[in-house]
Design a protein around this ligand. Structure first.
Ligand SMILES: [Mg+2]
Length: 225
């Protein structure tokens, strides 16, 4: 149980947490291999194999989320491809109710994302969630991904949150581990990041399947909806 009344700052990841990761998975696992195969005259299977190994090399680094890096590396216009399928960007169920509830209760709400600012831009234009945030921080402007302690040290200086009164929700356990080591008190793992994929079981953190769980647990919060 997360005591929402003791929380003053809410830090939220974007992809997989607030937004359905189906968009990103479809993009990197289907659309990019398809275009890469066409470009290099190889089969889809071969393209996927090559790409998965390239992705692995850059996982957990700033390159991973740098779409300009991937445009160069793969010789494909990644931002243009994202634009092409932006109709697949979806907000997870009850996210907007949750954000609205946080604002009504005067919580400071921050987005902390590894997403590239160009991707953040496409996603905030496509959805209605941007207006609920006091600030959005990308790992790009910080210079480190969320998996690294430096990200949190620098972000704390900018946002001035109190670790003891902060809730952070993310769909990546690795990132939550760093946040835990940094000292953020309340952590939740968002499961069902991709609505069309089964989750691997993870037992390291309390988890949240659906944001309605946070809306219903505290009656005083619920009343105001
Ligand atoms: Mg995420």
């Amino acid at each position: 149980m997360i005591p929402l009344k003791d929380i003053k700052f809410v830090l939220l990841d974007m992809d997989g947490t607030l937004l359905d990761k189906y968009f990103d998975d479809y993009f990197w696992e289907h659309l990019v291999p398809e275009k890469y195969a066409e470009k290099h005259c190889i089969t889809f299977g071969k393209a996927k194999e090559e790409l998965l190994s390239k992705y692995k090399d850059h996982e957990g680094t700033l390159n991973w989320t740098d779409i300009d890096f991937w445009s160069k590396e793969l010789d494909l216009d990644i931002p243009a491809l994202k634009e092409q399928i932006k109709h697949l960007i979806e907000v997870h169920p009850h996210v907007e109710n949750f954000l609205r509830m946080l604002k009504r209760h005067k919580k400071k709400v921050y987005m902390v994302t590894n997403a590239h600012y160009k991707v953040l831009d496409i996603k905030l234009k496509k959805t209605e969630i941007g207006k609920y945030f006091d600030k959005c921080i990308t790992s790009f402007e910080i210079g480190y991904p969320k998996e690294m302690m430096e990200f949190w040290k620098k972000t704390e200086k900018i946002l001035k949150f109190d670790k003891e009164k902060t809730l952070f929700i993310d769909d990546t356990a690795e990132i939550l581990k760093t946040a835990k080591n940094f000292g953020i008190k309340y952590l939740l793992l968002k499961t069902r990041a991709n609505s069309k994929k089964q989750d691997k079981p993870i037992n390291d953190f309390p988890f949240l399947k659906d944001f309605k769980e946070l809306l219903t647990q505290d009656p005083s919060f619920h009343k105001t909806l």
